[in-house]
Design a protein around this ligand. Structure first.
Ligand code: NAD
Ligand code: LMR
Length: 329
């Protein structure tokens, strides 16, 4: 039976994450090996030519699942009928730019994109924001898409989750598959909190398996939280292939579900769980079931974790208030 292709829109398609992402989407890693996709690439006018070059290369791969590629610099066209929207393109912070300037510049991108999603997306649209500041960009887009259920807007903390898995696996000399129930809480920023108190390693609480509070506090948490900056320092450019890989993981889990007995991390709209103000897009432990991400409920949060979750959530509140003051939401 021939399936109808899923419309996948990628913004910032000519950027470095775009280059690492598009080929994996087209080869079936985003949705599964039997799901045809139609790609829509959104770029700014100056980068359309580069996106066309990437599209030529996609053609040259002869991917059986790739049913077509459209390239545009118009958000309305890009999101018309979209099922999966990967919002990667964003305005990076440049020299002399204050945080407020960055939020404002990104508001100018994510507001019209939210409006275009509201106007034209398919009923089942799912949105993943990768472009930084990802949580707040997702909030801006979501606030301008009142006809789309809020839960369809998410931001990416799966890269942080994967980073934490690898760091812990190395420390304990286990494989990443031995680790379950790890959580990234809060913002995709240096305030994020990677939580080992609910994670399990071969059935044992990870923090106990580590049994080294100094490592947990002074090595593990900062290494994970500052990994993005460390990659920039080492590579001279921000993470690209690992970010693309995490975007693939995020959407694949969302659509196909998380394994029984495990969860993952994603920034989703808060319903007030764990004291996170309702409406903020904050990272939580989540399971995916029936095509929906749901926040894992009922975890006990001790004082150590509470303080760290609160600090990251406070930063998200500040970002939300800043974009509110700028009239962006
Ligand atoms: P990049 O600069 O290589 O590419 C960004 C692309 O976006 C450029 O081609 C640019 O032309 C395009 N763009 C800018 N404004 C646009 C708009 N309005 N519409 C469509 N396209 C637009 O950057 P990159 O390395 O691909 O990173 C993209 C974003 O992802 C950055 O904001 C980066 O900080 C972020 N990032 C997030 C994570 C995460 O874990 N959430 C990880 C890595 C990078
Ligand atoms: C990352 O976590 O690698 C990125 O968000 C870093 C960045 O600032 O682009």
């Amino acid at each position: 039976m021939t399936r109808t292709p899923v419309n996948v829109t990628v913004t910032g398609a000519a950027g470095q994450i775009g280059y690492a992402l598009l080929f994996r989407i087209a080869s079936g890693h985003l949705l599964g090996p039997d799901v045809p996709v139609r790609l829509r690439l959104l770029e700014i006018p100056q980068a359309v030519k580069a996106a066309e070059g990437t599209a030529m290369e996609l053609d040259d791969c002869a991917f059986p699942l790739l049913s077509g590629i459209d390239i545009t610099d118009d958000a309305k066209t890009a999101f018309d009928g979209v099922n999966i929207a990967l919002l990667v393109g964003a305005r990076p912070r440049t020299k002399g730019m204050e945080r407020g300037d960055l939020l404002e510049a990104n508001g100018g991108i994510f507001k019209p994109q939210g409006e275009a999603i509201n106007a034209g997306a398919a009923d089942d649209v799912r949105v993943l924001v990768v472009g930084n500041p990802a949580n707040t960009n997702a909030l801006i887009a979501q606030q301008h898409a009142p006809d789309v259920p809020a839960e369809r807007f998410t931001a990416m903390t799966r890269l942080d989750h994967n980073r934490a898995l690898s760091q812990l696996a190395k420390k304990l000399g286990v494989t990443v598959s031995d680790i379950k129930k790890l959580t990234i809480w809060g913002n995709h920023s240096a305030t994020q909190y990677p939580d080992l108190f609910h994670a399990e390693v071969n059935g044992q609480v990870a923090a106990q398996a580590v049994n080294d509070q100094d490592w947990l506090e002074n090595t593990f948490i900062p290494t994970v939280a500052k990994r993005g900056a460390a990659i920039i320092e080492a590579r001279g450019a921000s993470s690209a292939a690992s970010a693309a890989n995490a975007a693939i993981d995020h959407v694949y889990s969302w659509v196909n579900g998380t394994p029984e007995g495990d969860w993952t991390s994603a920034a989703v709209v808060s319903d007030g769980s764990y004291g996170v103000p309702e409406g903020l897009i904050s990272s939580f432990p989540v399971v995916a079931k029936d095509g929906r991400y749901e926040i894992v409920q009922g975890l006990e949060i001790d004082d150590f974790s509470r303080a760290r979750i609160d600090a990251s959530v406070a930063e998200l509140v500040e970002e939300r208030d800043a974009v509110k003051a700028l009239g962006l939401i």
